[in-house]
Design a protein around this ligand. Structure first.
Ligand code: AMP
Length: 619
C-alpha cells in the first residue's frame, strides 16, 4: 500500500499517493485528509483562512471562472452569472425543480423536457455536474497547493437520500475535475466516522441519529453500527429548511419593527442582501451572546437571544417532526438511539442543540466542528479505502423499492425500500404466449402496487428467446446495486442462456418532496392498492384460464360431449363478462364455475391419454 508522509506544518512531503475526503456541500465545500503524523483527520486550509469554500461559482464575460469567497461577492451585483446551490440541481431535470425555480436567481433552462437540467451563465450552458466540477477543481487546486503534491484520488460525500442519478452526477463532477472518485459516501455515515463511531469492530452495537442542519437543507438519518458494519436505517428531512430561513425570519422581524414593507426586499437587491448579511451576523453573534445591536443604513438594528429563539422555534419544531418520522421508518423508539451527532453550521444555535437533546433525552455530540465533521469522516473513509483500517465495512440503503412490471401492470418488487446497499436479488419469470421470443423488462422505483403510480427508471428487451410453449421459458431477472448505489439489471433465459443487461442511470430523478410524496401516497393509497392488486391478479388468472381452456378444447374437441361444449361456452362467456367489470369476487366465482365444469372432462381426457401412453408397456 502506498505510504504517505506529509509534514503539513512545513509543507514538505514525500509520498506516493494521497486520497482526500471531500464534503461537496450545498452552501460550503471542503477537503480533509488524515494527518500523516497524528493520524487524525484534519480539514485543509491556507494560513489564516477558513477551511470552508463557499459553493459559489462566478463566470465573467470572457468565460473566466472564480469559485468560493471571491465568487460570493458577485451574488448581488451579477446574480445571473453567479451560481449557488448547484448541488440542488445534480441529477435533475427541469420538471423536477420547476416548483422551486424561483429559488435560483440565475437562468435554469426550461426546455420542458425530462432531459438533465442546464444552467446558462453568459453565453454558455453548463450541466450541474460541470458546475460542481468547478468547485471540485478549486478544492483540488487548494489541496495540491497546501500539500505540495498532486491530488488525483478522492472520496466524496452525498446526502443519504441521493438517488442513482444524483450519485452518478457527483461521480461525473469528480471525473471532470480530474479526480478518480474511489467512493461516494453518505454524509451521516461520514459524520459518524468522524466521531470514531464504528471504527472498532468490537465496540458493540450502536444506533446513531445524525442531525444535519446546514444553511439551506435539513436531514436526519438513523444509522446502525454492528460488528464494524455500518447501515443507514432511515432518512428524513426537508431540502428547503436551514440557517437561511433563520436569517430570513430575522429580516422579517426587523422590517416589521421598522414598519418597512417587504416589497423593499424585492425592489432593492442591495438592501435585501445587506440586511440579510446583518441578520446572519446577528444569528451567529447570538449563539454566544444575549443581545445584538448594530446600525445599518443609519438605522439601528437590534435583536435579543430571546426574540431569536421565538423565531427559531417553529423551524426547530419542523425538524423534530422529521426526527419522529425517521424513527418511525427505522421502526425504533427514541430511547433506542445511543448517540446523537450534530452536523451543519446551524446546529451551533443553542436552541437547536437543546431541543434535539430534549427530544432524544440525551446530550448531543457536538465536539467536532459541525462544518468540518463530514469532510473529516470522508478523510477517514479514504484512509479505510487506502487499506489502513480493515475492520470497517460501510453499507447504505435504498430510499425506494426497486422492481419490474409484471402482468397487468403490477409492480413486482425485487429489492424493497430501505434495503442495504450493496445488494442483489433475483427472481424467475416466464412467457405467457406460445412462441414468445422477447420479453420487455421495465424497471420501476416506488412503493405503489401498480407501476403506473411508480417511476420508470429504465426499460430493455430480452430478445432471442427460442420458440417454446407459454410458461416453459425461465427468465431470471436479477438486480445488483453496487456500493455506489448504481443499479445493474440483468435478464437471462436459463434454458437457452440468452441474456441482456443494463446499467440504470435514471434520466429524470426525484426531488425529496417527490420522494416524500411517493412514500406518503403508498400509505394513503394502501387499501386502494391492495384492492387494485387483487383485481389485477384475479383478471390475470381469469384471462389465463380462458386461454388454456380454449387451447384444451381445440385440441380435444372430439372427446367432448355437446352438453359439455355448451356448458363450457356459457361459463367462458360469463367469465369474459366478469373480466370487463371491477368485482374481483365475481371473477373468482366465474373462474371457479368454469373450473368446476371443465375439471371432470379434463381429468377424463388426461386419464385416457395416460392409459394410451401406458398401453403395451410393462410397469
Ligand atoms: P453549513 O451548510 O453546514 O456550512 O452551515 C451554514 C449555516 O450555518 C449558515 O446558515 C450559517 O449562517 C450557519 N452558522 C454558522 N455558524 C453559526 C453559528 N455560530 N450560529 C448559528 N448559525 C451558524
Amino acid at each position: 500500500m502506498a505510504k504517505i508522509g506529509i509534514n503539513i506544518a512545513t509543507g514538505s512531503l514525500q509520498q506516493e499517493e494521497i486520497i482526500v475526503g471531500i464534503d461537496l456541500g450545498t452552501t460550503n465545500s471542503l477537503v480533509a485528509i488524515i494527518h500523516p503524523e497524528t493520524k487524525q483527520p484534519v480539514a485543509l486550509k491556507e494560513h489564516n483562512s477558513s477551511s470552508l469554500v463557499p459553493s459559489v461559482i462566478h463566470f465573467d464575460e470572457f468565460g473566466n471562472v472564480t469559485v468560493g469567497e471571491e465568487a460570493k461577492k458577485y451574488l448581488i451585483t451579477e446574480p445571473q452569472n453567479t451560481i449557488f446551490s448547484a448541488k440542488r440541481l445534480m441529477g435533475k431535470s427541469y420538471n423536477d425543480i420547476k416548483d422551486n425555480a424561483s429559488f435560483f436567481s440565475y437562468k435554469v433552462i426550461d426546455d420542458a423536457s425530462q432531459a438533465m437540467i442546464k444552467v446558462q451563465a453568459g453565453s454558455k450552458f453548463y450541466t450541474p455536474a460541470e458546475l460542481s466540477s468547478f468547485i471540485l477543481k478549486e478544492l483540488k487546486k487548494r489541496a495540491e497547493h497546501i500539500l505540495k503534491t498532486p491530488v488525483n484520488k478522492a472520496v466524496i460525500t452525498v446526502p443519504a437520500y441521493f438517488n442513482d442519478a444524483q450519485r452518478q452526477a457527483t461521480r461525473d463532477a469528480g471525473k471532470l475535475a480530474g479526480l478518480d472518485v474511489l467512493r461516494i459516501v453518505n454524509e451521516p455515515t461520514a459524520a459518524s466516522l468522524a466521531y470514531g463511531l464504528g471504527l472498532h469492530k468490537d465496540s458493540g452495537d450502536k444506533t446513531i441519529a445524525v442531525y444535519d442542519l446546514g444553511g439551506g437543507t435539513f436531514d436526519i438519518s438513523i444509522l446502525k453500527i454492528s460488528n464494524g458494519i455500518f447501515e443507514v436505517l432511515s432518512t428524513n428531512g426537508d431540502t428547503y429548511l436551514g440557517g437561511d430561513d433563520i436569517d430570513n425570519s430575522i429580516v422579517q422581524y426587523w422590517l416589521q419593527q421598522a414598519g418597512v414593507s417587504e416589497d423593499e426586499l424585492r425592489t432593492n437587491r442591495e438592501f435585501a442582501q445587506g440586511i440579510r448579511l446583518q441578520a446572519e451576523a446577528a444569528k451567529i453573534f447570538l449563539s454566544a451572546n444575549d443581545v445584538f445591536d448594530t446600525t445599518f443604513n443609519g438605522d439601528s438594528l437590534t435583536i435579543t437571544k430571546q426574540i431569536l429563539e421565538t423565531l427559531v422555534q417553529p423551524l426547530v419544531d419542523k425538524t423534530i417532526v422529521c426526527c419522529t418520522n425517521a424513527l418511525k421508518d427505522a421502526g425504533l423508539k427514541k430511547e433506542a438511539i445511543d448517540v446523537v451527532v450534530m452536523v451543519g453550521g446551524s446546529t451551533r444555535v443553542p436552541l437547536v442543540k437543546e431541543s434535539v437533546s430534549r427530544f432524544f433525552g440525551k446530550p448531543v455530540n457536538d465536539t467536532v466542528n459541525p462544518d468540518e465533521v463530514v469532510a473529516l469522516g470522508a478523510a477517514i473513509q479514504a484512509d479505510i479505502l487506502a487499506g489502513n483500517n480493515k475492520d470497517v465495512l460501510l453499507l447504505d440503503i435504498t430510499p425506494l423499492s426497486l422492481g419490474i412490471e409484471t402482468m397487468g401492470g403490477l409492480m413486482d418488487v425485487l429489492i424493497p425500500r430501505n434495503s442495504k446497499i450493496p445488494n442483489k436479488a433475483s427472481r424467475q419469470y416466464t412467457t405467457h404466449k406460445d412462441g414468445q421470443s422477447g420479453m420487455k423488462i421495465s424497471v420501476y422505483q416506488g412503493e405503489r402496487d401498480m407501476v403506473k403510480d411508480n417511476r420508470k427508471l429504465s426499460e430493455f428487451n430480452l430478445t432471442g428467446i427460442p420458440a417454446m410453449p407459454a410458461g416453459l421459458a425461465k427468465v431470471e431477472v436479477s438486480f445488483l446495486i453496487n456500493a455506489d448505489g448504481i443499479l445493474v439489471v440483468k435478464a437471462k433465459e436459463l434454458r437457452s442462456g440468452v441474456e441482456q443487461s443494463i446499467e440504470v442511470k435514471a434520466q429524470q430523478d426525484l426531488t425529496d418532496a417527490e420522494l416524500e410524496k411517493m412514500l406518503l401516497d403508498s400509505i394513503t393509497h394502501a387499501s386502494e392498492d391492495i384492492a387494485t392488486r387483487a383485481l389485477v391478479e384475479a383478471r390475470t388468472e381469469g384471462e389465463q384460464l380462458l386461454t388454456t381452456t380454449e387451447k384444451f378444447i381445440q385440441k380435444n374437441i372430439t372427446h367432448l360431449s355437446n352438453e359439455e361444449m355448451a356448458q363450457t361456452a356459457t361459463a367462458m362467456q360469463a367469465l369474459q363478462l366478469a373480466l370487463t367489470m371491477t368485482d374481483k369476487d365475481l371473477i373468482h366465482s366465474k373462474v371457479e364455475e368454469l373450473n368446476e365444469i371443465s375439471r371432470p372432462y379434463a381429468e377424463r381426457i388426461m386419464d385416457q391419454a395416460i392409459s394410451t401412453a401406458m398401453r403395451g408397456k410393462t410397469v
